[in-house]
Ligand binder design. Structure first.
Ligand SMILES: [Zn+2]
Length: 511
């Protein structure tokens, strides 16, 4: 509620002083930084495109409507025959805010990313989350960044990374640390329940954290406990329990080994049913059919750490071997695991096995649960596509500058190229909404994601038919192409695919 009031006040301030020379019905007069003329405006709300001019002054959209160019001074951008949209917001992104240049995101029109995913967050890398934000404040950012607190890191900070059921005082300490991160400006909390230490978390711990998130009006975003077909309903149910106390979100929704549109519809029905019971749940998806993660994903829970693995190898080897064999076969076989780390980069598990004349299980036992990462072709196209075109599911990349998967450099462009232009499964308005306004409304981010007077000037200008996602599994680090202009906070950051500056981003905090 506090949030809403501050936000309304903010809009009122902007509307009362942003366009000081504009009377009702008159054309704007005066000096502006940019005038984007004659574009087809797709404003991010999902509404139909309309022709309008846009004025930028400072970091904000000063005006949208019709301009008499003789009345203004501004750098003119002719957007005739082009669309003008909000910059895209990536609901699930990875990267190192102090090191990476994040050009992969810029090349696909992403102007805001949400970091701190899957239970792991850079905000815990320094003494405290507020120290992290202070230090980042003095660092130039290529694009806007928002952050979640990370459940796994919170647990580690309290030396609880190996403990299964936590005692009440430990849970309280965890919640206090979470509270500090939320007070410092994190948009919410992420959990990674398929990874350690998140996988150890039990219901009392998760419920307590959800209550803390809820009492601050924030969001809990979760990499579910399991994304396997037979576990998926239970995993969602677990998150819905937390959804009684706060807004919840399923990260990068997928049904591993699930098949068909019907199965996707079942999942959507579970989500809709929860929404009809008053639970606020949202989700995001990336447009690729292979996942990417550590090789630990094919090891059993009792052999996911180096320590457990070493122990198990001596006393449960037969059981371990048959688990891994079955897991790989369930995951579409050794051809469907593509290594992305040395020394097997670019080869499938099947190729490595046949080249070395060894069984694929032996290869995996040599690598161990923490020894490699890869892409896993475990998703069904018909099933995932139902999520990708669903009007209520936001688009994410789950990518990062150095994450070896084509989604890192291609997700948002692929939505336009494949689903809008080539296959026409999404209208451009619906696609843009899923990549901007929808995401902003759910996180929420108050003044971005929609083209509206007073909002921040994160703006794209392009011809949809020229957008190209060029990254592939073999060559994942290839930037997208086709953007004419990208503005971030009113600065021109991309001009005809060339990046002009890497310092126009801002930290986005929730207060
Ligand atoms: Zn994840």
């Amino acid at each position: 509620m506090k949030h809403v009031i501050i936000f309304s006040l903010f809009l009122w301030l902007l509307s009362s002083c942003g366009i000081e020379n504009l009377e009702n019905g008159d054309f704007p007069v005066g000096t502006f930084d940019y005038a984007i003329l004659n574009g087809s405006v797709i404003d991010g709300t999902g509404n139909a495109e309309y022709r309008a001019d846009i004025l930028i002054r400072g970091d904000s959209i000063a005006f949208i409507g019709n301009i008499d160019t003789s009345q203004i001074t501004a750098r003119i951008i002719d957007a005739s025959n082009l669309v003008v949209t909000p910059g895209f917001i990536d609901a699930h992104a990875h990267g190192a805010p102090f090191e990476d240049s994040f050009e992969n995101f810029l090349s696909m029109g992403v102007t805001t990313i949400l970091l701190g995913q899957d239970g792991r967050s850079p905000v815990h890398r320094l003494v405290s989350p507020s120290a992290f934000f202070d230090s980042l404040e003095n660092h130039s950012l290529p694009l806007n960044m928002a952050f979640l607190a990370g459940h796994g890191d919170l647990r580690e900070a309290l030396h609880l990374s190996e403990k299964k059921s936590l005692e009440i005082p430990e849970i309280e300490a965890l919640c206090q640390h979470l509270e500090q991160a939320l007070d410092a400006g994190c948009l919410g909390l992420s959990t990674g329940l398929e990874y350690l230490p998140g996988a150890l978390a039990q219901e009392p711990e998760l419920t307590a954290m959800a209550k803390t998130v809820g009492s601050h009006g924030r969001i809990l975003m979760s990499h579910l406990r399991s994304e396997d077909d037979q576990e998926m309903n239970n995993s969602i149910e677990e998150l819905l329990n937390q959804g009684k106390f706060c807004r919840v979100h399923i990260s990068h929704i997928k049904v591993v080994y699930g098949k068909s549109n019907d199965r996707a519809q079942e999942i959507l029905a579970i989500i809709e049913d929860a929404q009809s019971r008053g639970i606020q749940i949202s989700t995001d998806v990336y447009p690729y059919n292979a996942s990417y993660t550590g090789i630990g994903i094919v090891f059993p829970e009792w052999a996911k750490t180096k320590k457990d693995f070493d122990l198990v190898r001596s006393n449960r080897e037969t059981e371990l071997r048959s688990f891994i064999f079955q897991k790989i076969m369930d995951r579409n076989g050794p051809e469907a695991t593509l290594f992305a780390t040395r020394p097997f980069t670019g080869k499938t598990l099947a190729e490595v096995a046949s080249e070395s004349g060894q069984d694929f299980v032996d290869i995996l036992l040599k690598i161990g649960p923490v020894g490699a990462s890869g892409a896993y072709f475990v998703m069904n196209e018909a099933l995932q596509e139902t999520f990708i075109v669903d009007p209520d599911i936001m688009i994410s990349s789950d990518g990062g500058p150095s994450l070896r998967h084509p989604r890192s450099y291609g997700s948002f462009s692929k939505i336009i190229e494949k689903y809008v232009v080539n296959e026409q499964k999404l209208s451009l308005e619906a696609a843009i909404h899923k990549m901007s306004g929808l995401t902003a409304s759910r996180l929420p981010i108050a003044d971005r994601g929609i083209l509206r007077q007073g909002f921040k000037a994160d703006i794209l200008v392009f011809n949809p038919t020229q957008i190209q996602a060029r990254s592939t599994y073999a060559n994942p680090y290839v930037k997208s192409k086709g953007l004419k202009k990208v503005f971030i906070n009113g600065s021109l950051v991309i001009d005809q695919d060339s990046i002009l500056n890497l310092d126009s981003g801002k930290i986005i905090k929730s207060m």
